[in-house]
Design a protein around this ligand. Structure first.
Ligand SMILES: C[S@@+](CC[C@H](N)C(=O)[O-])C[C@H]1O[C@@H](n2cnc3c(N)ncnc32)[C@H](O)[C@@H]1O
Length: 266
């Protein structure tokens, strides 16, 4: 976990929450688990998605786990603050879950496979703890889906730094495009993947701030020191690239990014 590309700073915790709040309608649309179901959320982080899951499925029991105790402390605070009583939080590794075969009716996993060195093994473990006929929902991004106006080579370069650093730490920032083959190869059936696109222009000021600045650009900015330390770009190139990303949030700017949401059955 030491290599986790985004790290566990309070700034990253805030970014995860901005991201979840900004994208809640897009990510959670149509997701509501039946009363009585037990739902596993592995890699819950600071609980940013957990509160939406638990709120949208008040009759289900959400079991949220993460490898980071520090994130779980923040998640417990967030869940308690939201007054939710249908969530339990515990520390667990997605590769070795402390649950018997077929324990869960559903699994919801968001922005986690992209950080796993072995997503196939992670999915195999999730399939093991899912009951026969149970559902799995997987949401991932794919930085290759990004386009913007004005176009900028400098912006592309800083995004490429994040993709490269994530790959060096064993992850894959382009994993969204692989959801179908990964889930199918893991033995899930009825796999359906839908693109969920965030399109931002001046007419959507909430997304200009919430997505371009606070979610996407903040995520790229988070690897600045590492990118410079590895000599991937100069300080001046880095500053130009980040400025170009912020430039797309100006009134005549446009930004587009596609998340992939998969639903499949055990
Ligand atoms: C980008 S965060 C996403 C958090 C949350 N799902 C969200 O969407 O806000 C990725 C999370 O996966 C967790 N994680 C990474 N590898 C893990 C593993 N092997 N087992 C459990 N959690 C893991 C990290 O600790 C981190 O909290």
């Amino acid at each position: 976990m030491a290599d986790y590309v985004h790290g566990y700073s309070s700034r990253e915790a805030e970014r995860l929450t901005d991201q979840a709040d900004t994208l809640a309608a897009l990510m959670h649309e149509g997701i509501s688990f039946p009363d009585g179901h037990t739902v596993l959320e592995p890699g819950c982080g600071v609980g940013s998605q957990t509160v939406f899951l638990a709120t949208h499925s008040p009759g289900a029991q959400i079991v949220a786990v993460d490898a980071s105790e520090e994130s779980l402390v923040a998640a417990r605070r967030r869940v308690a603050g939201a007054g939710l009583d249908n969530v339990t939080l515990e520390r667990a590794d997605i590769y070795e879950l402390p649950f018997a075969d077929g324990t869960f009716d559903d699994v919801f996993v968001c922005f986690v496979l992209e950080h796993l060195a072995d997503p196939e093994a992670g999915l195999a473990e999730l399939r093991r703890v899912l009951a026969r006929g149970g559902t799995i929902t997987v949401i991932e991004g794919d930085h290759g889906s990004t386009f913007f106006h004005p176009e900028s080579e400098a912006a592309r370069r800083v995004i490429a730094c994040l993709v490269e650093l994530q790959a060096r730490s064993g992850g894959n920032a382009l994993i969204g495009r692989q959801l179908f083959p990964l889930l199918a190869a893991a033995g899930f059936r009825d796999v359906r993947v839908e693109p969920r696109t965030v399109y931002v222009d001046e007419s959507r000021p909430d997304l200009t701030d919430g997505f371009i600045r606070k979610t996407f650009t903040a995520m790229v900015e988070g690897v600045r020191d590492e990118a410079l330390a590895h000599g991937m770009v100069s300080e001046a190139e880095w500053a130009r690239g980040i400025a170009a990303l912020h430039r797309t949030a100006e009134p005549d700017g446009v930004f587009c990014y596609t998340f992939l949401r998969a639903l499949a059955q055990r």
